[in-house]
Design a protein around this ligand. Structure first.
Ligand SMILES: NCc1[nH]cc(CCC(=O)O)c1CC(=O)O
Length: 338
């Protein structure tokens, strides 16, 4: 009997799922990929019961609990932090590059964008940190998959080309073979990545793993313990802050010598202030130790005033139009938020 891998239908989701399906095939597991619809047969109640944010992940999670599929590959940063009974984090594979990149017309770097340039992102975290560097920029809320977003910039991909630049994750572009569209890899010191950006989470139903030890072994062999600890530590910050998916929280854990060092920050929406905290734990770090590091850094972040700097509980997927007002200057941001 083959193992069923449930996937969303976007280019990025399919690419990620195929990579893992192939790795499992190489390990002797017979994998069938099934695209899971994210609406229709799934009721609202079921989705909200599974955690509210991340409706796409929720549909896949429900499919695993229903037995329609056995495992799923998520972008780890899109996964809500609350655990789901009956599912487990079977593996975090080797992590892709974690940074955000700027994709711009004429290959301009952030410092080279014209005064008042229009930059597209749906992420409050990215918007806030862009404004910290360049308060003159106008931020435009954009949606859609990676190629659609690239199409908003002139000369990069088919599309309206109505923006000067967009910010995307390096990992997504690399997985789609589109990294050539990036003009600049933004240093993580100025653009702190989203917790677990660049990491995949292979989630499986506990029942499926219990009855298929070959699958459990194959998945265990795909796990990168350091990537797993880093991603869990970063997500531990989010969990401690009880931060919503629209909170401007950046977190990055790196290996330094025999330790894992976690740096996290919360940026004011207009970029004017930033609260930061950091901490470390020895490697190897198991799931509990990694999570505990995240909790500790989250606590220090609150002590540093994170909750006064930004609304940590913002839960909108994307943001309200008032925030991304297409007007120069920063007062519109303050006005929309206060
Ligand atoms: N929210 C969409 C999303 N989820 C994961 C990635 C990129 C891949 C990754 O971070 O693992 C992206 C696109 C983007 O942010 O540019």
């Amino acid at each position: 009997m083959s193992v069923i891998l449930g996937t969303r239908g976007s280019d990025l989701a399919l690419t990620q799922s195929r990579t893992i399906a192939q790795a499992l095939t190489e390990r002797g597991i017979d994998v069938e990929m099934v695209t899971i619809r994210t609406e229709g047969d799934i009721t609202r109640e079921s989705l909200s019961r599974l955690g509210g944010v991340g409706v796409f992940a929720a549909a896949l999670r429900l499919a695993m609990l229903n037995g329609r599929c056995h495992l799923a590959v998520h972008s780890f940063k899109d996964l809500p932090t609350a655990p789901v009974p009956g599912l487990c984090l079977a593996a975090v594979p080797e992590r892709a590059p974690v940074a955000d990149v700027l994709c711009s017309a004429q290959g301009r770097r952030l410092s080279e964008l014209p005064e008042g340039a229009l930059v597209g992102t749906g992420s409050i975290r990215r918007a806030a940190q862009l404004l910290a560097q360049r308060p003159d920029l106008r931020i435009c809320d954009i949606r859609g998959n990676v190629p659609t977003r690239l199409g908003r910039v002139g000369g990069l991909e088919d599309g309206p080309g109505d923006l000067d630049a967009v910010v995307l994750a390096q990992a997504g572009l690399a997985r789609l073979g589109l990294l050539g569209r990036a003009a600049e890899i933004l240093p993580t010191s100025i653009m702190a990545p989203a917790p677990a950006q660049g990491a995949l989470a292979i989630e499986a139903s506990e029942a499926a793993l219990a009855e298929n030890s070959e699958l459990a072994d194959a998945l265990a062999s795909l796990n990168d313990p350091t990537a797993r600890a880093a991603a869990l530590a970063e997500r531990g910050v989010l969990a401690h802050l009880e931060a919503g998916c629209a909170a401007p929280v950046g977190a990055l854990a790196t290996t330094e010598g025999s330790e894992i060092v976690l740096r996290a920050s919360v940026c004011a929406l207009d970029g004017s202030r930033r609260a930061s905290a950091s901490g470390s734990t020895p490697l190897p770090a198991d799931d509990d130790a990694a999570h505990e590091l995240g909790t500790r850094v989250g606590r220090d972040l609150l002590a540093a005033g994170a909750a006064d700097i930004a609304d940590l509980h913002a839960e909108r997927v994307g943001v309200d139009p008032d925030y991304f007002a297409l007007a120069p200057g920063r007062d519109r941001f303050g006005a929309a938020r206060s």
